[in-house]
Design a protein around this ligand. Sequence first.
Ligand code: NA7
Length: 535
Amino acid sequence: MSNTFDAIIVGCGFGGVYNLFKLKQLGLSVKAFDKAPEVGGTWYWNQYPGATTDTTSEIYRYRADEELLNTYPWSTRYLTQKENLQYLKHFIESHDLGQHIQLSAELKAASFDAATSTWTVTFNSTGETYKTTYLILATGHLHTPNYPQIQGLEKFAGPVYHTGDWPEYRDLKGKKVGVIGTGSSGAQLLVNIADEVSHLVSFQRSSQHVVPHNNGPISAEERERVNQNWDKIWETVDNHPIGQNIVFKSTPTMSVSAEERERIWEELWNGTNGVAFMYGPFGDIVTNEEANRELCKFFEKKIAQYISDPDKRKKLTPTELYVKRPVTMSGYYETFAKKHVDIVNYQYTPLVEVNERGILTTEKQWDLDVIILATGYEAMDGSLKRINPTGTHGTLKETWANGSTSYLGLSEVGFPNMFFSIGPQSPIANIPPVIEAQGNFIAGLIAKAEAKKKDNGDNKTILIEAEEQAKKDWLKKCLEIEDGSLIKTVKSFITGDFVEGSNVPVHSWLGGFHTYQRFIKDISDTGYVGFKLSN
Ligand code: NA7
């Protein structure tokens, strides 16, 4: 195998595979690498019981492949981890991409050489080295697990697992299990293991609003309806703030009567998911505190319907606004109604330490056989910082000493011909459409550089680099939008400040997937403003 490529992609999850697909269409020589022994990225590493998409199945896929959209089967409203892996493998097979993929290859170093305008990348402890013109880091924005610093964790006698590092079956049958964290991973796990363990304790730093996702089988008729409406479905996705197949209206919450609100929310509770409450029939849930508090009251009533024990109810009722990543999982409150399922809310009984036997809180000692960390990720920039490529003026970590930055969530000044698939300041949304929007943009830029090289006729590499001013303007825009949103009032991976020691000016583009798509389309339509192409 030659050691020189036009493009190297790091990561073979949904992002890496899409970029491989696009760059092969340009006729480039491309190799995609992944440290895992299988493709799948997040869907390979997250094999904890119950791992499922929280986006509906018909839109958790590549819209670029219309034939596959029409023929590929799925069984339920939400895709299981296994189905996602199967889909990705099928996509790779149908487009004959497997020959361009190398697995069990962990990136160790990447550096840019200005004299030759090439990137040198080194894999594995064996030091296999490759040269490339373009480097795409598709390493996953939710990939590097967040292992929190919990006093005494290393003293625990039993195994400690992390939901984000769970590539194989683990036996929990009959065990006393403690789960720390209740984001989407924690909620899915708790519901799915409750009946096989002997005792389950959920340790919550802050309790979350959990809305049913109303999963169920997809009938042949429903599937046919989806097939008949593809264009309309993707139009809806393109107009939704987080890229969902949910109609998003601008109606202010308080503009309708209390009875009407109640009726609408009841309908959502019984038929949709958490996202529909945030970005659905009302347009101001994340911008108007009064509207948000009204919704929280509705959720409180719901929790009370499921949990009769007043102590458990208090611990399960969030005190924060409904602005975190919406957690959506049916059966969550029913699980806590079970006698062998307990909750510890740090707000009332803080964790003191982990010891050999389990977890000690200010209230009591919880004896455990297994501890599971469902504590999320060093989101957006964690994997990129670990790779820490060296550009023209130093390393990425040096560039990000005051917080991770980007231009458009996909490039960084000082790192020519290097791109991120979902870097910092990318939109928080249904992931496949964001991957496609960014992948199309990157492929367009590379096509432009390749055409320029051809026109020049000297075969000299064209360097694509974001301009400093364009990056500054972009970050200013991101900050302004964040300022106008209630999302910043609560810590989460979206705001980027929930991992100890993290340091970010603004983690995500909160203007919505719909506006981001239009914004980057305008940029590509006007000749990729903000990027300089030089050699
Ligand atoms: P999330 O959504 O980031 O959730 C992480 C959870 O872990 C959340 O409940 C956190 O509590 C909790 N956490 C984090 N650090 C700690 C410490 N130090 N102590 C106790 N609890 C902690 O990650 P997920 O894996 O669930 O989901 C990520 C995405 O994957 C999700 O949005 C879907 O798109 C799929 P907090 O709420 O911050 O108090």
